[in-house]
Design a protein around this ligand. Structure first.
Ligand code: AQP
Length: 332
């Protein structure tokens, strides 16, 4: 079966509903048709300021949420990026074939570095997409499920793989991006034209998977809508209502048209109540399972280390081939 690779940064104590709908739900389904590798990309998270003990905790929490959402660590390879040394090693080699200008054209880097200012912008942030290319190429990946915002990074990954292959002989599989439909993008409940994000400045518009259900209910009831009073999908003029429809549709599996019909006569209050019920009942078992896993960190660490061994085997084979091809003298 085709090889699949994806990951998330351990950048918060909890994942948010956008991560759940936009990534985890797809991953869960794809693991039965693909040989899937799911990583908690802690090396990537180092490109933002972190406190050491907190990063370790967030890493475990992210892994626990993957499992709680249905990623099966016996079926898929679910591991922590830094446990597999080949990621950092291949990234170095790929750095040497990446153009400075090429990396500088990445819009995520341009956005983030503009926000941070030049002194707070690290070389690590600049090289982020090269590490991401290493993540993907190490596993001879066929498909990479990502959000639309990651398309440019996958293009770079393909370019680097093709460049390496033509310079040194065929070594890497050329991966394809698997970009979900635009409806899978979830927006901030208070600011429904910007993407919901783990690192959002305000908490009020973010639904956290591990949060108290009463808090999530309140946030949904207070979500920004409009004064038209009718439940219909129009991203341009009704971003709040459209976002709520998207959430409903993603969790209930029903089409937007069906939902527009169902809620045609109801006010926003009833509509929001229905969404709160749906979200809460979806989150409840995931939250319970994640908290249970986090109660036994030794067992969680054991699962992660077994999976890191599975990942190591595949990654080491690729790295060893790369080292030979570029001419590094091997240790005896
Ligand atoms: N709002 C969203 N709607 C749909 N999908 C989303 N993803 C994130 N937010 C939404 C998907 O979740 C995965 C997480 O990737 P990441 O952790 O590398 O970071 P991200 O994409 O930048 O996600 P966040 O939550 O916004 O994190 P921070 O704030 O840490 O940068 C990806 O598959 C992404 O598409």
């Amino acid at each position: 079966s085709p090889r699949l690779y994806s990951g998330m940064q351990p950048s918060a104590d909890s994942l948010q509903i956008g991560n759940y709908i936009g990534a985890l739900l797809q991953w869960r389904d794809l693991q039965s048709t693909h040989d899937a590798f799911f990583s908690v990309v802690d090396l990537h998270a180092l490109t933002q300021p972190n406190e050491a003990a907190e990063l370790r905790d967030k890493t475990r929490r992210t892994a626990a949420q993957y499992i709680a959402a249905g990623i099966e660590p016996e079926k898929s390879t679910l591991y922590v990026q830094s446990h597999v040394r080949a990621h950092a090693e291949l990234a170095w080699i790929l750095n040497t074939i990446t153009g400075f200008g090429e990396a500088g054209r990445m819009t995520q880097f341009k956005d983030k570095s503009a926000r941070y200012g030049s002194d707070a912008t690290s070389v690590g942030l600049f090289a982020y997409p090269v590490l991401m290319a290493a993540d993907i190429l190490l596993y001879q990946t066929n498909v990479v499920p990502v959000g639309d915002d990651q398309r440019q990074h996958i293009e770079l990954t393909r370019d680097l793989a093709e460049r390496f292959n033509s310079r040194y002989g065929t070594t890497f599989t050329i991966p394809e991006a698997m970009v979900q439909k635009e409806t899978a993008r979830i927006y901030d409940l208070q600011n429904p034209t910007s993407k919901m994000s783990k690192s959002s400045e305000s908490q009020a518009g973010v639904l956290w998977l591990l949060d108290d259900p009463a808090v999530n209910r309140k946030k949904i009831m207070r979500a920004v809508t409009d004064d038209e009073g009718s439940v219909r999908f129009d991203r341009e003029t009704k971003p709040g209502v459209s976002n709520l429809l998207t959430i409903h549709s993603a969790l209930s599996g029903r089409s937007i048209a069906e939902l527009e019909d169902e809620f045609a006569g109801s006010g926003y209050g009833d509509f929001k109540k229905a969404i709160a019920e749906l979200v809460l009942s979806e989150f409840e078992p995931v939250r319970a399972r994640a908290l249970e896993l986090l109660d036994d960190p030794a067992e969680l660490d054991r699962i992660l280390s077994l999976n890191a061994e599975k990942a190591d085997t595949v990654a080491d084979a690729t790295l060893s081939d790369v080292y030979d091809r570029v001419g590094l003298l091997r240790r005896r």
